[in-house]
Write a new protein. Structure first.
Length: 136
């Protein structure tokens, strides 16, 4: 695994400016859910990773959380490619709309916490053909 989780030093100034200009939804998600280890894990805001800047990134969980505003309604293909590129770097992306964060933060938080819990539980899935056999 590359050092420092694919941190892109060249994007640092832009990431810093994005932190200063965070949206209301990003600030709310940060303050009420993700800051100060409230989930049990450390998240970083506006973190350069590869050729992108993640809204929120947890190195430990290999998780990126994005808050998509109105402009993302027109960037579906770009977001799909971005998520694919980020997955190739070893990260999973969870996306929430501004409306979800602002109107239903409790469910956004519940989804994130459930995802974290599920990611920390090793689940072994048997192929369907093995699910019905009997041991004699």
């Amino acid at each position: 695994m590359p050092h420092n989780n694919h941190y892109n030093q060249n994007l640092k100034p832009f990431a810093r400016s994005l932190r200063k200009e965070s949206t209301e939804a990003e600030i709310r998600l940060w303050c009420e859910v993700l800051s100060k280890g409230k989930t049990g894990y450390t998240f970083l805001r506006q973190r350069p990773v590869g050729n992108y800047i993640a809204d929120f990134l947890s190195k430990e969980l290999r998780l990126i959380i994005e808050v998509d505003g109105y402009s993302h309604n027109f960037k579906t293909e770009e977001d799909i490619q971005r998520d694919k590129d980020i997955a190739e770097l070893g990260f999973i992306t969870l996306r929430f709309s501004v409306e979800e964060v602002m109107r239903d933060l409790a469910n956004v938080e519940r989804f994130i916490v459930d995802w974290i819990e599920d990611s920390q539980t090793q689940v072994i899935l048997l192929p369907p053909s093995m699910g019905d056999f009997q041991v004699s």
